[in-house]
Design a protein around this ligand. Sequence first.
Ligand code: HEM
Length: 483
Amino acid sequence: MGDNKRLTTSTGMPVGDNQHAITAGQRGPTLIQDVHLLEKLAHFNRERIPERVVHAKGAGAHGYFEVTNDVSKYTKADFLSEVGKRTPVFLRFSTVAGELGSADTVRDPRGFAVKFYTDEGNYDLVGNNTPIFFVRDAIKFPDFIHSQKRHPKTHLKDPNMVWDFFSLSPESLHQVTYLYGDRGIPATFRHMNGYGSNTFKWVNEEGEAHWVKYHFISDQGVKGLDEALAVKLAGENPDYHTEDLFHAIENGDYPSWTLYVQIMPIEDAKTYKWDPFDVTKVLSQKDYPRIEVGKLVLNRNPENYFAEVEQATFSPGNFVPGIEASPDRMLQGRLFAYADAHRYRVGANHNLIPINQPKVPVHHYQRDGWMRTDSNGGGAMNYEPNSYGGPVESAESKISPFEVSGEADSIRYPDDDHFTQAGDLYRLMTDEEKDRLIQAIVHHMKDVEKEEIKRRQIEHFYKADEEYGSRVAEGLGIDIAVK
Ligand code: HEM
């Protein structure tokens, strides 16, 4: 009793022998009455939970966010309400397409998911290290991800699938240009930016709303990894980025990011040259300059990987008053997908797990379910409205109203210009960056079997920038003059 060195079963019974199962004599079989053995084997069989269907491989850390600039005229979010206010955070970095044990140093976007434990509940910003995405309608997401993962027959990653999908979904071109550029393989998790990518809405105390884009800019600088070195590291140390993050924090070299936002007046969305709810596009920083918000610092490693990183559940739907969704079609799909994944992967009561638990009391009428580990609402009423003083809604927390119009239908995006911004990104690169971009694309596309796929994709590159298309064609030995 009180002796934490004494081995027990999970029910607290002291264990008499943890080296030898109970057997019937020297040579006899193992007895089923050895409940410690049974529990040990049975629990071991249940150690795995489903890995995330995307972003399975990741590393996380704790830290804080501190406001450095007053943005209260744009949002009433309490955690952003005054300069100097600090909020604890947990951040998980990840790759997208690989499995739980896959290598860190692959060419892939990186996840940048932040949980702010605010005084008004958890706010999750589930972003990537790129400000844009491959597709702009949630209905295409499962197809996109299938094309990046394994072939149904060979179970191999397959460039045919990758480039078939990209070439048939030209809206991916901007993100493809990003991905095959230097930012496609970050040097470490510390040397990359994070972006909210989707557009969100900020609402102030007066009920005035603005559209907002988030940019976490790395204070360590942005650095890529040379592709040849990345391939070598993937073999020698598949956990290279995980290790780097852990050791940096352990050594007191705390990584930090400065958060900026781009703010767009609500009315501008109707007339701006790009649809701000199209996640394949960026907002020009000339039109909407970055405004500083605060600093995010990571200063504590998780004590237990499974408890804190694997069981962490981030959802773009976890908002706080003053921050709301936008009509971005990808974001709308994400509002469903994450919480649904959490119920499947961790369980309906996943918010009771310490890493996900808000740091404020919660008052709701959800009851029961697997792993209900708190008092389950005790004797309080489990329905609302009730006459027993149970929690009620607060009108000041309602969302800000917004206009909708038009006919319900499966409606195309009005804009099909997938090329201008991709071309701008290409033209922004230095000669050396362009060389590496072309090399990386050619290296990956050369194994595509169907010439039709290569030609279709080259056409997209060409439309973005003639030099871009010509150089990829040349690298692949395809004469674009001949159809
Ligand atoms: C993880 C769906 C687009 C960033 C996930 C997960 C799902 C999902 C189901 C696994 C969640 C879990 O098991 O905990 C979708 C859908 C999308 C979409 C349906 C589009 C409709 C995006 C975009 C971004 C993004 C645009 C970046 C801006 C992430 C990140 C994670 C993630 C960072 C990992 C979160 C973590 O660390 O636990 N996504 N996703 N996703 N997604 Fe998405």
